[in-house]
Design a protein around this ligand. Structure first.
Ligand code: C2E
Ligand code: CA
Ligand code: CA
Ligand code: CA
Length: 279
């Protein structure tokens, strides 16, 4: 099925053309998905170790597509980044998370602190601050409840710019956490100047915790670092009680993971607001 030139160089195969068609179509569908509100947020609780209470949620986007089914971010975020749609998705996600916070508040749950993930493009988008400010104003979001998760590698890509933006976000009353900490190259000179509220220990260290003393040492070091910088340390990807016990001993402040609660719809997660998630 390969089409070849006289010199025998493979220009294109039907398979390649098919793959491109599929991709182009998926990109077009994703573009429509934003307008059609097919993107939905699931929310995963973040739990305080001392009280066992839900302290905040992480909003995680899913694509409920009539064509492709219910897709996790791994199936479309890459495409969104490459096609430039990620900025529009994150705008949507911030709006949807704020709208949901307002709804919970109106239902009498109080302000449920919610963290949203941030793509690289948003970080350098000059309209981003205005967008956030407008979304907060639109839904009456008070300071101290909307949080942004910025990956360590994103923050360290251009730490001077990150520092400026982070301070501006703080002024808007937005909380910050440094996500996937320990997987990138951190400049501690910058880290100490970041006005972040939490360091999120990357899941890969939690994964190795029970078997691997090196991972325990890393988690212990990250927790000490966080505390010395006046940040809370949160561990994600906690899947078992044994991991939780070890993380507690390592002085981690908050945990998030399947062991307490999976990411779930707004309707499902709100049932967890008034019950302790750790026993
Ligand atoms: P992340 O920010 O590191 O999010 C944590 C991921 O770990 C989520 O995967 C979550 O469902 C999963 N997780 C939570 N607890 C556990 C556990 O106990 N065990 C395991 N194995 N996994 C757990 P998810 O929802 O598939 O999201 C994947 C990534 O997609 C996120 O990683 C984030 O980088 C990105 N993402 C998600 N939502 C958004 C969004 O709205 N905007 C942008 N730009 N990126 C997003
Ligand atoms: Ca995250
Ligand atoms: Ca993470
Ligand atoms: Ca403690």
């Amino acid at each position: 099925s390969k089409n070849r030139t006289d010199r025998g160089v493979c220009i294109f195969s039907n398979e390649m053309q098919d793959a491109i068609d599929v991709r182009v179509q998926k990109e077009a569908r994703l573009r429509d998905a934003i307008v059609r509100r097919e993107l939905v947020l699931h929310y995963q609780p973040q739990v305080d170790f001392e009280t066992g209470a839900l302290v905040s949620l992480e909003a995680l986007v899913r694509w409920d597509s009539p064509d492709y089914g219910f897709l996790m971010p791994g199936k479309f975020i890459g495409l969104a980044e490459e096609s430039g749609l990620i900025g529009a998705i994150d705008t949507y996600v911030v709006d949807a998370a704020c709208r949901q916070m307002q709804q919970w508040h109106q239902q009498g749950h109080g302000w449920i602190r919610t963290a949203v993930n941030l793509a690289a493009t948003k970080f350098s988008d000059p309209h981003f601050k205005t967008e956030l400010h407008e979304a907060m104003a639109r839904y009456g979001i008070p300071p101290g409840v909307l949080e942004l998760e910025v990956t360590e590698s994103l923050a360290m890509r251009d730490p001077d710019a990150a520092l400026v933006l982070m301070h501006e976000l703080k002024e808007l009353g937005i909380l910050l956490s440094v996500d996937d900490f320990g997987t990138g190259y951190s400049n501690l000179g910058y880290l100490k100047r970041f006005p972040a509220d939490r360091l999120k220990v990357d899941q890969s260290f939690v994964r190795g915790l029970l078997k691997n003393p090196q991972d325990r040492a890393i988690v212990a070091a990250v927790v000490r670092l966080a505390h010395n910088l006046n940040m809370r340390a949160i561990a994600e990807g906690v899947e078992s009680e044994d991991e939780a016990i070890l993380l507690y001993a390592l002085d981690v402040d908050e945990i998030q993971g399947y062991w307490m609660a999976r990411p779930q719809s707004a309707e499902a997660v709100e049932k967890l607001f008034d019950q302790p998630l750790l026993l």
